[in-house]
Design a protein around this ligand. Structure first.
Ligand SMILES: Cc1cc2nc3c(=O)[nH]c(=O)nc-3n(C[C@H](O)[C@H](O)[C@H](O)COP(=O)(O)OP(=O)(O)OC[C@H]3O[C@@H](n4cnc5c(N)ncnc54)[C@H](O)[C@@H]3O)c2cc1C
Length: 429
């Protein structure tokens, strides 16, 4: 889409006719809804707070945009709603077809990295965004940039079929036959998503579940961990409530000046910020190993010293902290450790408590957990069960994915579903 096609004011409609569809939010989900509505013959108007659309796509994946995962399962996603509904929704656009949309239909060549994530071959998020905007323009979509929807009001009995009136920040008022909330969540508010979609959905009578920062770096106020800033290590993080394992994941953990980050910390953060957070503690199995694995390794260590053995597997600075915490002399030979010492050491190596004091919040969170309950929309169409003609897609709904392209996958799949529903409305299910 050329810059000139991003309008700054509302284009006139013939004789005040209502717009067929107004999509609030021109992010990943809104663009897909617009593209598929347009392909089905319904020309959409998109409203976007930011002067330029797709700000979050542009910064995603460190500016490279992790467009999709190379494999996907239901367990890669989280919702408090029906997992069966989510399964059906995800199945509506299989990953291979979604990938083909980007590669063959939009012409964005993708590559798979060792992590299993798909990035554009160009390593440029801008290429993905430009391709989406070009397609949106091709199918007749129009975007008004730098304009915020302030209020969305359902209309009763409008003679011309208008079902909504939308008040804009520039004072204009639009009427539309259908409306879409593709407003994103609360994460990274500077990209334009400020939670308006949740407030509006709530005002219109929808159940909006408690929101929380998900995929967010965790805070720790203990200096000994903060001093490891910059160290990266493979860890198996387990979320425990008492003795009960509530979740686990293995991957790279990054120590920061403020706490813990890296893919595995982000993936596990929801257990400390989400609905399951009560009484949950995080423990780390360094090098991805359990207490039993480490105990066995220490037993087989023979005449090697504690220091030498651990340095073989773990970063030097982390080893110093662990040896210190375990109160074991670094030069002790492993074979000479007392049972008690070996137990202290293997417990710290396989189930090391991470003292979490909070999280970095929406300022750095990649997504928002919670949101409009899945039960509030019809699974087949994503039309609101409470307000006919209103559709929801993307992060505003209560679905989050783990790190690795799963959140975009949800935005693309749900956005497409809405676009198709707009083009050929089905009876509510
Ligand atoms: C730093 C960062 C990196 C990320 N990297 C990745 C990645 O590599 N891979 C991945 O899968 N996911 C990634 N994500 C997550 C991904 O960006 C989101 O899941 C996805 O963008 C959600 O799409 P959406 O369209 O629902 O919401 P958004 O992309 O947030 O779009 C919503 C749009 O609606 C607009 N809007 C909101 N309210 C209004 C209003 N009242 N009026 C008009 N416009 C409004 C906003 O300005 C915004 O442009 C990342 C997120 C962040 C923060």
């Amino acid at each position: 889409m050329s810059e000139s096609c991003i309008l700054s004011s509302v284009p006139a409609r013939p004789e005040g006719e209502p717009w067929p569809v107004v999509i609030v939010g021109c992010g990943a989900a809104g663009m897909l809804a617009g593209i598929f509505a347009g392909r089905g013959g319904v020309r959409p108007l998109l409203l976007e707070t930011r002067p330029k659309p797709g700000a979050k796509i542009r910064v995603s994946g460190g500016g490279r945009c992790n467009v999709l995962p190379s494999q996907s399962e239901l367990d890669d996603f989280h919702t408090e709603g029906s997992r069966n509904s989510l399964k059906n929704l995800l199945a509506s656009w299989p990953l291979a077809q979604c990938r083909a949309f980007f590669e063959r239909e939009l012409g964005v060549a993708l590559k798979v990295e060792d992590t299993g994530k798909l990035f554009p071959l160009s390593d440029d998020a801008g290429e993905v965004l430009d391709a989406l905007l070009r397609e949106l323009e091709r199918v007749g979509g129009q975007v008004i940039g730098g304009v915020r929807a302030e209020e969305l009001v359902p209309l009763a009995d409008a003679v011309d079929g208008a079902r909504f009136e939308i008040a804009l920040s520039n004072g204009a008022r639009l009427r539309a036959r259908s409306a879409v909330l593709a407003t994103g969540g609360l994460s990274l508010p500077k990209t334009g998503s400020d939670g308006w979609g949740y407030t509006t959905a709530h005002k219109l009578g929808h159940v909006v579940l408690r929101r929380y920062p998900a995929l967010v770096p965790l805070l720790c106020s203990e200096a000994r961990w903060n001093e490891l800033a910059g160290v990266s290590v493979v860890a198996r993080l387990a979320a425990l409530r008492g003795d009960k394992l509530v979740g686990e994941s293995t991957g790279d953990l990054l120590f920061t000046h403020k706490g813990f980050s890296g893919p595995v910390a982000l993936d596990m953060s929801r257990f400390l910020t989400g609905p399951e957070r009560e009484g949950v503690e995080l423990v780390a199995g360094w090098h991805g190993l359990s207490v039993v694995d480490w105990d066995e390794r220490l037993r087989k260590g023979g005449t090697r010293t504690v220091l030498l053995c651990l340095r073989e597997w773990l970063p030097r600075r982390l080893v110093s902290v662990l040896i210190d915490l375990a109160r074991v002399h670094p030069e002790r030979k492993l074979a000479e450790l007392s049972r008690e010492e070996r137990k202290r050491l293997s417990t710290l190596l396989g189930a090391c408590p991470l003292p979490i004091s909070g999280d970095e919040g929406y300022k750095t969170a990649e997504v928002t957990g919670g949101g409009v309950a899945l039960e509030e929309v019809a699974t087949k169409t994503l039309e609101s069960r409470r307000v006919p003609g209103l559709y929801l897609c993307g992060e505003v709904l209560d679905v989050t994915g783990r790190i690795g392209g799963f959140n975009f996958l949800w935005a693309w799949v749900s956005g497409r579903r809405v676009g198709q529903s707009l083009a050929s409305p089905l009876p509510q299910v």
